[in-house]
Design a protein around this ligand. Structure first.
Ligand code: BDR
Ligand code: CA
Length: 311
């Protein structure tokens, strides 16, 4: 049976690859894309999401615009990584399909309430503002969600936007705190996983060798965004973060992790947005998430390449 999912996203080249991977995967039924402010402002993430749908010839897929800023703070963006457009690296035509008139948060709430309980999985790939706002406004949806499989946080890798915090959680820590405290079945793909899923010149060459228009675009995006991380980390490639969420849904066996307690730092300016994961079980705080820690990177990149080439 196909799994119904909603992708909550702030594209972002890696978000875009995640969306394409989901659309290429018969195991998944994407009900809609809900956009949030993150890598770039909301107007641009909802524009980019439509460009990605049209690239995949899926202009029928509804795209919703959601929250344009974090719950309690000003927006922090990451154009220095993703470029001014958020999708620099492979120019795409202006999208023709519209943004839906319904707010993303209303779409999430209404869709969960209309469906049988525990049949819809939420896949947040950016700051958790839309998901947390939905849970705050409609607490009844918590027990209707099948699972939240999210991209965010870090424990052993600690931080990427500050020494202590990962970008998605840092941008809206109050939203993250609400989601991690909501009691929903949570799977977390932190930097501990994504920093083991590095792009490479060989992968770009494989993509280009497919002679497939979508693989060409993905190679262009990759070559653009990896320049920042290769310089920062001194590595040959960059973490391809967000497709980990979709890959986990399709092939969970290529990941390993632990069910642990994860709390979010919201008070300290120094460690704002830190995901304090009790990996070693040194507290009696109850587990609230499956925190992934490793990935078979070769299988991950093969999965993405093979699926994209079928789009
Ligand atoms: C990164 O994680 C992804 O969700 C974003 O697109 C961003 O590139 C930040 O940790
Ligand atoms: Ca993202």
């Amino acid at each position: 049976m196909r799994r119904d999912i909603i992708i909550d996203t702030d594209p972002g080249q890696d978000d875009a690859v995640a969306i394409l991977l989901a659309l290429a995967s018969p195991e998944l039924n994407v009900l809609g894309l809900t956009c949030v402010a993150g890598n770039v402002p909301l107007e641009r993430t909802s524009y980019n999401a439509r460009q990605v749908c049209e690239l995949a010839r899926r202009s029928d897929l509804p795209v919703f615009a959601g929250c344009d800023r974090p719950m309690a703070r000003g927006l922090v963006t990451a154009e220095y990584v993703h470029g001014d457009s958020g999708l620099d690296g492979a120019p795409l035509p202006e999208p023709v399909m519209p943004v839906q008139s319904t707010h993303a948060v209303d779409f999430i709430i209404d869709t969960l309430r209309a469906a049988a309980p525990k049949t819809i999985t939420l896949c947040p790939l950016g700051p958790l503002t839309n998901i947390a706002t939905a849970l705050q406004r409609a607490p009844d949806i918590a027990e209707r969600i099948a699972q939240v499989v999210l991209r965010g946080g870090a424990y052993f890798e600690v931080g990427n936007i500050t020494p202590a915090a990962e970008f998605n959680i840092y941008v809206d820590p109050e939203a993250a705190q609400l989601v991690f405290g909501s009691g929903v079945d949570l799977v977390v793909a932190p930097l501990d996983v994504t920093h083991k899923a590095l792009t490479s010149p060989e992968w770009s060459a494989t993509l280009r060798g497919k002679n497939h228009p979508i693989c060409e675009v993905v190679a262009g995006w990759t070559e653009f965004f990896e320049r920042f991380d290769t310089e920062k980390y001194g590595s040959k490639g960059a973490p391809l973060h967000d497709p980990c969420v979709i890959a986990y849904l399709i092939a969970p066996e290529i990941f390993a992790g632990r069910r642990v307690n994860v709390e979010i730092e919201t008070h300290s300016e120094l460690t704002r947005g830190m995901t304090v994961a009790d990996w070693w079980g040194v507290t009696d705080r109850p587990a609230n998430a499956l925190f992934l820690g490793s990935i078979d990177a070769a299988k991950y990149f093969n999965l993405i390449t093979n699926r994209l080439a079928q789009l």
